[in-house]
Ligand binder design. Structure first.
Ligand code: SF4
Length: 491
C-alpha cells in the first residue's frame, strides 16, 4: 500500500495537526497506548453504533463478513449490485482514500449515508468527516441523496423501552457536505505533501493537542514540558499559556510577576518560588462555623452511559450505584461509617434511595466535596421516588460544600500546584492518607469496576472487586473527615 494512502481517521488527524498525521503514518509506535478510560470510550462508541444500526434494521455487516480491505470493497460493490438496501460498514476507496460508512441505506429517495456519533450534538469535525465520505463515495460512483449525522438526543428520557427514533437525532448535513467539497481536494493535497516529508513536521505543541480530540502523541510531543509548568498556572487562558511557553517561559517559577493578574496566581507563584504556605484563619473559621452536628460526610459513585439503561434516565445521565457516609453525631463523638453498594445488573437507584433515607436523617449537616454533583444526584432521586421525595429534598437543602475554602485558597501550599481537587488537596495536607495504594483510583475506574462485577462468574473475584469499590468510596469520605480535622487543627 502506498505511503500516500489516506483513510478517514488519518484525514481527521491531518485536520487536527499535520504532525499527528505524519507520526501516525510513520512512527505509530510513539502513540500513547489508550488507557482504560479511553478503551471504555471506544467500547461505548461501538455500542452507540450498534443501537443506531437498529434504526435501519436488517442490513448486511460488511465488516463481519470479510477480513481484508479488498474483500470488503468487493463485497460492498456486490451487495449494492445485488440490490441490498442497508449496509453497515460498507467500504469504499477512491483516489487512494479508504472510508467505511457506518450506515448506508437505500430508501424511497435513493441512497442515504448516516454517520453515527456518540456525542449529544454536532461538531465541526463531524462535517469534515462526512464531507470526506461524500468525496470518496461520489468518486467511487455511488450517488448519495442525503448525508445525515446521527447523534444522541440529550433531552431524551427513556421510558420502559428504548425508543430509538427519539434517542437519536438525525441531522441532514447534505448542504454543508456539498459546501465543504472544495476543501477536500485542497486538504488531500496538503496532507499528501506532509506525508512526502522525510522528517517529522516542525509543529509546536498548541491548543490543537486536545482539540477536537486528545492527540495520541501528547506524551511524545509534551515530554519536555517541565513539572510544574506554565500550564499549571490557574486562571490563565490556554492560548496565553502557549504564548508564554513558546517565548521560553516554560517552568511555573519562570513566569514574570508583572504578568500575574489575580491574587490566586500570585499565591501560586510565590508558593512555588519560596515554598510559602498561605493561611487565612478567618476564612477557615467562617467556613467551619457553617457546619453543625450531626455532621455527615457524603460521597456518591455513579456511572454515565450513552444509551440510558433505566426508566427516567437520559443519555450520559449520572446513575448513582454506591455511596459512602462518615458521620459524627456531636463534638468529640466517634466517627462512624455507613455505606451502600447496589447489586450489579439491576437499577441501583431504588435500593440506594431506600438505604440513603435510612442512613442520613433530615437534620444532618451534609458535607460533600464539589457539592453540585451530590446535589444533582439527590434531586434526581427525589424526582423519581416520590415516596422519599420530602426526605431527599430536605437532604438536598442540607448539603454544604467542603471545596470553597480550598478554592478560595484560605489554605494553600506549594504541593497543591494550583489545583483544588480533593486528589491534590489531600496529599498536600494529610500526606499519611492517600489513594495510591487503592486498586481503584478514580470515579471512572469505580464505574468500570461496577460494570465488570456483573460479568464475573467467580464469587471470589466479584467479592474482591466489591471490596475495592467499598474501599475507594470510603476513602473519599474519610478524606473529607481528615480535611475537616485538619482545618479545625489550624484555626
Ligand atoms: S501532541 Fe500536539 S503537536 Fe504533537 S502531534 Fe499531537 S497535536 Fe500535533
Amino acid at each position: 500500500m502506498s505511503k500516500l494512502n489516506l483513510s478517514k481517521s488519518l484525514y481527521v488527524k491531518g485536520l487536527q495537526c499535520p504532525k499527528a498525521l505524519w507520526l501516525a503514518k510513520y512512527q505509530p509506535e510513539l502513540r500513547t497506548p489508550p488507557d482504560s478510560n479511553r478503551l471504555a470510550l471506544f467500547q461505548e462508541g461501538h455500542e452507540v453504533g450498534h443501537w443506531a444500526q437498529k434504526l435501519f434494521p436488517g442490513g448486511r455487516h460488511i465488516d463481519l463478513e470479510a477480513d481484508t480491505i479488498p474483500h470488503r470493497l468487493k463485497l460492498t460493490q456486490d451487495a449494492i449490485a445485488a440490490g441490498e438496501e442497508t449496509l453497515y460498514e460498507a467500504t469504499f476507496q477512491y483516489n487512494s482514500i479508504l472510508v467505511m460508512v457506518d450506515i448506508l441505506h437505500c430508501g424511497p429517495r435513493g441512497w442515504e449515508l448516516i454517520e453515527v456519533k456518540g456525542s449529544t450534538g454536532e461538531k465541526p469535525v463531524f462535517h469534515h468527516d462526512l464531507a470526506l465520505q461524500a468525496y470518496v463515495l461520489q468518486g467511487a460512483g455511488l450517488t448519495i441523496k442525503n448525508y445525515f449525522l446521527a447523534h444522541l438526543n440529550p433531552n431524551y428520557v427513556r421510558q420502559d423501552k428504548l425508543e430509538l427514533h427519539k434517542l437519536f437525532t438525525l441531522v441532514n448535513l447534505t448542504t454543508r457536505v456539498a459546501e465543504l467539497q472544495h476543501d477536500i481536494l485542497a486538504n488531500i493535497e496538503i496532507f499528501r505533501s506532509v506525508l512526502k516529508e522525510a522528517d517529522t513536521p516542525n509543529i509546536k505543541i498548541g491548543p490543537q493537542c486536545t482539540q477536537p480530540y486528545d492527540c495520541d502523541f501528547i506524551h511524545f510531543c509534551w515530554k519536555d514540558v517541565p513539572t510544574p509548568s506554565v500550564f499549571s498556572l490557574s486562571g490563565l487562558q490556554l492560548d496565553e499559556k502557549f504564548n508564554l511557553y513558546h517565548r521560553g517561559i516554560t517552568h511555573l517559577r519562570d513566569i514574570p510577576e508583572t504578568l500575574l493578574r489575580t491574587d490566586r496566581q500570585r499565591k501560586q507563584l510565590q508558593s512555588e518560588k519560596s515554598n510559602t504556605q498561605f493561611l487565612d484563619r478567618d476564612g477557615i473559621q467562617a467556613f467551619l462555623k457553617t457546619l453543625h452536628y450531626p455532621l455527615y460526610f457524603l460521597d456518591f459513585e455513579a456511572f454515565q452511559l450513552p444509551i440510558p439503561l433505566y426508566k427516567d434516565t437520559k443519555p450520559y445521565q449520572q446513575v448513582a450505584f454506591q455511596y459512602s457516609v462518615h458521620l459524627q453525631s456531636g463534638p468529640g463523638a466517634p466517627i462512624e461509617h455507613r455505606c451502600f453498594l447496589a447489586m450489579p445488573g439491576e437499577d441501583p437507584r431504588p435500593q440506594l434511595a431506600e438505604n440513603l433515607v435510612k442512613d442520613i436523617p433530615t437534620n444532618a449537616c451534609i458535607l460533600t466535596y464539589n457539592a453540585n454533583y451530590e446535589k444533582s444526584v439527590l434531586k434526581q432521586l427525589a424526582y423519581i421516588f416520590p415516596k422519599h421525595a420530602d426526605h431527599l429534598n430536605q437532604l438536598h437543602h442540607q448539603v454544604l460544600d467542603l471545596m470553597p475554602p480550598f478554592q478560595a485558597q484560605h489554605i494553600y501550599t506549594r504541593a497543591m500546584n494550583g489545583s483544588f481537587s480533593i486528589k491534590s488537596i489531600l496529599p498536600a495536607l494529610v500526606p499519611e492518607l492517600n489513594y495510591q495504594h487503592l486498586h481503584i483510583q478514580d470515579g471512572q475506574g469505580a464505574a468500570r469496576a461496577y460494570a465488570k462485577i456483573s460479568q464475573l462468574t467467580s464469587d471470589t473475584e466479584r467479592n474482591s472487586l466489591k471490596d475495592h469499590l467499598l474501599e475507594y468510596c470510603k476513602m473519599d469520605t474519610l478524606a473529607m473527615v481528615k480535611l475537616v480535622e485538619y482545618l479545625n487543627s489550624i484555626v
